[in-house]
Ligand binder design. Structure first.
Ligand code: CMX
Length: 434
């Protein structure tokens, strides 16, 4: 890992100088205007922060350090006899800004394995939580308790210089990424498999070990976890989980505090929790329509009824995207390859045909197309992971790759505390209606 850390360190000096010179020269340039509507509508489209790891284009979808998702699937190293890129490579790409070699990816896998042991007190914390507590709440609490291990917090207490903040943040980030699969698998096995825990194995990549600790030995499931961990890893900086982590991290809160904050945002139904809500919605629909594969008309009526009741259709729409999410398409391709005749896949495909025109006809939904969450759940169900309340935890483990890369960069570039301004309706009314 020394090699990768050194490589990162070499990048810091160049990047700090580049950013400083750029802001010195162009800092007063105007990059946009803000309308009154934007401050009342979740700051939609307001450019307000720098996230180095990825950029989301409304029509083209996500690019990780300039690479689209299909390109990523082509260019990142894979495990032996695997068709999926290793998410360790995605971490390297986001952190270093260059494509990794097979050796780089192997080094990261080894390093994560080395750091993966979780202190007993974290398991004790989880053991004391009620099993009915949502897995995302358990996950966030476990991450917070792991904060005891923070090397950044210890260094800060000892008065480390600002210019070295990145160093211990780098260590915390790797420790956290390494331990998350263990924690997530522990919660899963405790809640749904009678506390029958599975120890990690040596010599596996990060995703394969995760699949193993969850209790799945099917090779296709391991492939699915590699895909899942890669595509959910980052979505630029403005989404709730990335932004919450960035905001909390900007107060020099350590990696654990920052990431746990992000996970609390991911647990909301309009964000990551949508992956469980989609499954709940699909299964409810199937049951209410008498089981099997409902017809297009039956689905259309069901969707319309949900809308009439003031509900959202989970898995559809996006605050930025204006086309089908490439992460949805990547999962659809996986399904077409491995489970083309699966009934739930056929249902998801039919919903994909029926829902967009209905949402479009409302005249208010800006993006009627499916997002990442519309597809992920049914793939997991197919391989026997039926406990869909757990699905957002998988999203969370993957998101650590992007959020942690960005936190290391924020420390390396000395990003300041976030402190935007707010106003009141009285002030705005006085300003504009006289
Ligand atoms: N079903 C029903 N109504 C929807 C809708 C959907 N899937 N998507 C948007 N709308 C509605 C909004 O609720 C809003 O209604 P009101 O004006 O009555 O408040 C209107 O259409 C305009 O919304 P928008 O500008 O198109 O969308 P937003 O940027 O406000 O919200 C999102 C984006 C994702 C929260 C929204 O599309 C949604 O609720 N989708 C369903 C939940 C979901 O799948 N979330 C996961 C997103 C991906 C992720 O983060 O994981």
């Amino acid at each position: 890992m020394k090699k990768i850390k050194q490589k990162f360190e070499e990048k810091i000096g160049v990047s700090r100088t580049r950013v400083k010179q750029f802001v010195d020269e162009y800092g007063d340039k105007i990059i946009g205007e803000i309308s009154l509507r934007q401050i009342y509508s979740g700051m939609r489209g307001m450019l307000s922060m720098v996230t180095e790891t990825s950029k989301l284009d409304p029509n083209e979808g996500i690019r990780f350090r300039g690479y689209s998702l299909p390109e990523i699937q082509d260019v990142l190293p894979r495990a032996n006899q695997s068709n999926q890129p290793l998410p360790e490579g995605m971490f390297y790409l986001m952190l270093i800004g260059e494509l990794p070699t097979n050796d780089d990816v192997h080094l990261i896998s080894l390093e994560l394995e080395k750091r993966s042991s979780v202190p007993d007190y974290v398991f004790n914390v989880i053991n004391n939580l009620p099993k009915e507590m949502h897995p995302m709440t358990q996950f966030s609490i476990a991450i917070l308790s792991l904060r005891n291990e923070s090397k950044f917090s210890k260094a800060y207490k000892q008065g480390v210089s600002k210019k070295d903040y990145w160093n211990t943040t780098f260590e915390d980030a790797l420790d956290l990424i390494a331990k998350l699969p263990r924690i997530a698998a522990y919660i899963y096995r405790r809640n749904y498999h009678n506390e029958d825990y599975i120890e990690p194995l040596k010599g596996l990549d990060w995703s394969a070990n995760f699949a193993h600790m969850l209790g799945f030995s099917n090779k296709e499931f391991t492939e699915l976890i590699r895909l899942y961990m890669t595509i959910h890893s980052d979505h630029e900086g403005g989404n709730v989980s990335a932004h919450a982590s960035h905001l909390v991290g900007s107060a020099l809160s350590d990696a654990y505090l920052s990431f746990s904050a992000g996970m609390n945002g991911l647990a909301g139904p309009l964000h990551g929790l949508a992956n469980q809500e989609v499954v709940r919605w699909l299964l409810d629909m199937q049951e209410k329509l008498g089981g099997g594969l409902p017809s297009r008309d039956e689905i259309a009526n069901y969707v319309q009824e949900s809308l009439n009741q003031g509900k959202v259709i989970p898995g559809f729409g996006h605050a930025v995207l204006r086309k089908t999410d490439p992460r949805y398409t990547a999962q659809r391709e996986f399904a077409l390859k491995y489970l083309p005749d699966d009934e739930l896949f056929l249902l998801v495909s039919r919903v994909f045909e029926v829902v967009p025109p209905i949402l479009e006809a409302t005249g208010k939904v800006k993006n009627p197309w499916p997002n990442v969450d519309a597809h992920s759940g049914i793939l997991l169900l197919k391989y026997g992971m039926k406990e869909y309340d757990f699905f957002t935890v998988l999203f969370g483990v993957s998101r650590s790759l992007g959020i942690m890369s960005q936190l290391i960069w924020s420390r390396a570039l000395g990003m300041p505390i976030e402190r935007p301004s707010s106003t009141t309706t009285d002030i705005m009314v006085k300003k504009f209606s006289n």
